[in-house]
Design a protein around this ligand. Structure first.
Ligand code: KG4
Ligand code: ZN
Length: 341
């Protein structure tokens, strides 16, 4: 069985091919970073226009690398949402066209569920129940997974996503786009004790996150100390801010472990590439004697392999996906299961 997955929810055009043994036969990711860099963030209209230019080539390249042709594809899978609506519609329309022409099943995939499932690409034996921290440019959420393919959201950011806060602070400092990886690199050399950030506190007992306060505090410190790339304490500031974001994330993970008593911990999403977060997440898991699972960096940021892999898992568990011609994209968090109900 050959599955072709397609992902265009934000600013990466991606296609991947997976077989029934869950081997990744190819994974092509074409980033639009250079297009959005001058604006310091993703420009939705430019993103959709670029997807429409790239998608044919990206799919073609994924087939070429796997030594296959479209006739070999048995099942199609595509990200349905959440994401930028124009970007999603490019991938969805393209994939729907292919499935329609070749009369194949089409698996609609939730982007956030696919991020969590990305950890299973390299790890088959993750024990349930599990807890997953998903940290990306658009979302920061905690999930309880009682069993495979069951994703129960137990906490989410009430304002900015963690990646968004990193990117905005980097933009304010003219560091470049996307800011997350640049902060990761610079922070490695800084003293994280140099600047103090108060961590967000929820007044209720919820496991929700908040990053806008940390972002505002960062901007205030930058102005007060007139920080720029040339300031001697610049890398210390970057390290202190990154460390505060990591601590804010892990405080909630720690609390959720006490409440949900999982058998494993998962970290995923683009910000899961961050080295401090990876290290401290693993340390936290060790201190609770729990195994920590984090995808390789290439599967943390947006990619179509995770889309194909979650489709395969759903099919293996007996779900079927006759092509629905009225399949539509959804921009905000809904989950594929309850959107139309
Ligand atoms: O999952 P993703 O590719 O796209 C969304 O679904 O949003 O995540 C992109 C986010 C961006 O905010 C980017 O700055 C961040 O992931 N990111 C990082 C690193 N690599 C990517 N943040 C911190 N450290 C990194 N190494
Ligand atoms: Zn993503």
């Amino acid at each position: 069985m050959i599955i072709l997955g397609i992902e265009t929810s934000c600013d990466e055009t991606s296609a991947a091919i997976v077989n029934e043994r869950q081997e990744i036969l190819s994974s092509v990711v074409l980033s639009q970073n250079n297009i959005h860099a001058p604006y310091g963030g993703v420009v939705p209209e430019l993103a959709s226009r670029q997807h429409i230019l790239s998608i044919g080539y990206v799919v073609d390249e994924s087939l070429r690398r796997a030594n296959l042709s479209l006739k070999d594809v048995d099942i199609y899978a595509v990200t349905q949402g959440p994401g930028l609506i124009g970007s999603l519609l490019v991938g969805l329309s393209f994939t729907k066209g292919l499935a329609f022409f070749f009369k194949k099943e089409l698996v609609p995939v939730d982007h956030l569920e696919a991020h969590i499932q990305s950890v299973f690409i390299e790890n088959r034996d993750i024990q349930f129940p599990s807890l997953a921290l998903l940290v990306s440019g658009g979302h920061t959420s905690l999930y309880f997974l009682p069993e495979a393919l069951k994703f129960e959201m137990i906490g989410r950011s009430r304002d900015d996503a963690a990646g968004e806060a990193l990117d905005k602070v980097a933009k304010f400092l003219n560091l470049g786009y996307p800011g997350g990886p640049i902060i990761d690199r610079l922070a490695a050399e800084g003293n994280l004790q140099r600047f103090h950030f108060s961590l967000p506190q929820m007044t209720d007992k919820s496991l929700d996150f908040s990053f806008s306060g940390l972002k505002t505090a960062a901007l205030r410190i930058i102005k007060k100390h007139r920080l720029s790339k040339k300031s001697p304490e610049f890398v210390d500031f970057v390290a202190s801010f990154e460390s505060a974001v990591v601590q804010a994330l892990l405080t909630n993970v720690s609390r959720s472990i006490d409440e949900f008593v999982p058998k494993s911990l998962i970290l995923c999403g683009g910000v899961a590439r961050n080295r401090r977060l990876r290290k401290n997440f693993t340390t936290l898991a060790n201190s609770h004697k729990l195994p920590a699972f984090i995808p390789s960096p290439e599967y943390c940021t947006d990619n179509a392999a995770m889309v194909a892999v979650i489709a395969l898992e759903k099919i293996n568990r007996g779900e079927s996906f006759p092509l629905a011609l009225d399949l539509n994209a959804y921009p905000r968090t809904m989950g594929t299961s309850n959107f139309f109900s």
